[in-house]
Write a protein that binds this ligand. Sequence first.
Ligand SMILES: [Zn+2]
Length: 274
Amino acid sequence: MAAFHFMSLPRRFLPCAALLLFALFSAAVAQATVWTAVQGDVVTLEHRSAAQPRLQCFGRNWPVQALADGHWRGWIGVDLKTRPGEYTIQWSDAQDVLRVKAGKFRVSRITVKKNMAEFDAATLKQIRHDQRAILHTYDMHVAADPAIVMHGMPVDGVISTPFGAQRYVNGQPRSPHSGLDIAAPEGTPIFTPLAGKVLLREAMYLNGNTVVIGHGNGLVSVLSHLHDFTVKQGQWVRTGQLVGHVGQTGRATGPHVHWGVRFFRARINPANLL
Ligand SMILES: [Zn+2]
């Protein structure tokens, strides 16, 4: 077996060999950190960098906050339907790896009146309008300090349908449940889980009375099926402020609040931010 000697290489290969050695050496020194997440998680990362780094993943930028001594914290939202696998986390000056695992979600079957499962053209138009109005709020800018956290449940109740549950409505498969359903008696007060701005307040066909609160940094709470509202659109609310009361407006099988959280559009499990 021939021993490998640089000196035996033709001169023109020397720069390539040097580059290869350098690459191997760099890889050994700056090893990519592997961060693990489940579908619907918000991953909290830490990074060392002399200047404020940019953080990118899933084709978009994510918020970064300064800690002490050249340390930075960043957050990435892993949408409920992200395909399990490995993704590149791109800092301005380094690369990490995000390993996404499949969530373990249960099946949820509900039975509702026919007009809440099968829609005529006019109703379908209304439902699409409602969906677009909510979608529009996910891209609204709200000025706030980085605080990717929730200070509590919006209502004192029990979780009746967990996040991610595979939904069947009158036997038909539907999109997975993108929030938490919290059951509580009609009229129970509902509070903002984090300060922010009321981006939308509207009566909707499926969601019923809905309040959307933008918390800043791409974080948005959607609270649906309310009995009534105690806040106005455009109003700033503090953490724990009353926004309305539990009801069963829209498509609901009993009094509850549907609490959905989006982080730059990614469907996040609200329980993971508590
Ligand atoms: Zn729900």
